[in-house]
Design a protein around this ligand. Structure first.
Ligand code: DGI
Ligand code: FE
Ligand code: FE
Ligand code: FE
Length: 187
């Protein structure tokens, strides 16, 4: 699919602010794909579509997770997690994007997972460090992403887990699986 077509499909689903975030993730994902040898076209499309379902009604996302055989434990955790698997489903169904690697990068862009693919990693990190992000620590994450993609991922997932724990929130098991897998392999 052409970049311009993908962008026009996604623009209709998002607020202007979220669309600007999407453009930032797209540019960052293409940069990281070039740098680390991922498929640039897949990175571009996964980035464009990663937040496709961000503004879908909670009830719709719930129904998709229940009906499509996604992990039902998701429903016990923060609804913020749901737009990622719901997005993978809707992008296939509504935008006709059939590439499983791209759909998986969308599906796991929030929770992460054990044994992330290079494309999963590029999208996860691009989402975390795109130019519009301003949280504390983002500069360090950007620096790490220029040096070592796995170190940037470890930094991002560690911060996310700490953030959730400090707010007394539950952490979805795949996020811990991602953390443990990266620590065991890369440090
Ligand atoms: O959709 P975005 O805002 O661009 O970013 P995202 O899809 O990475 O959403 C991240 C939010 O999800 C972040 O504020 C933390 C929240 N969240 C809630 N529970 C979990 C979680 N993130 C992870 N990784 N694991 C959780 O269990
Ligand atoms: Fe997201
Ligand atoms: Fe993220
Ligand atoms: Fe995002």
């Amino acid at each position: 699919m052409e970049q311009s077509k993908a962008l026009s499909i996604v623009k209709a689903q998002l607020t202007d602010k979220r669309y600007q975030h999407t453009l930032g993730v797209m540019e960052t994902a293409i940069h990281l794909a070039k740098k680390y040898g991922a498929d640039e076209k897949k990175a571009e499309l996964a980035a464009i579509f990663h937040d496709y379902a961000k503004f879908r009604p909670v009830e719709e996302m719930k129904r998709i997770i229940a009906e499509q055989g996604y992990d039902e434990r998701l429903l016990q955790y923060n609804p913020e997690l749901w737009h990622a698997p719901a997005g993978a489903y809707l992008v296939e169904k509504e935008a006709g994007l059939l590439d499983q690697e791209i759909l998986d990068a969308i599906r796991y862009h929030t929770s992460g997972r054990e044994s992330m693919t290079l494309l999963d990693k590029v999208i996860y990190v691009a989402d975390y460090i795109e130019p519009g992000r301003t949280f504390k620590g983002v500069e360090e994450a950007r620096k790490l992403a220029e040096i070592d993609l796995n170190e940037a991922l470890i930094y991002a997932v560690r911060n996310t887990i700490a953030f959730l724990m400090n707010k007394n929130q539950a952490v979805y098991p795949d996020t811990f699986a991602m953390y443990n897998d990266l620590i065991l392999r890369h440090s």
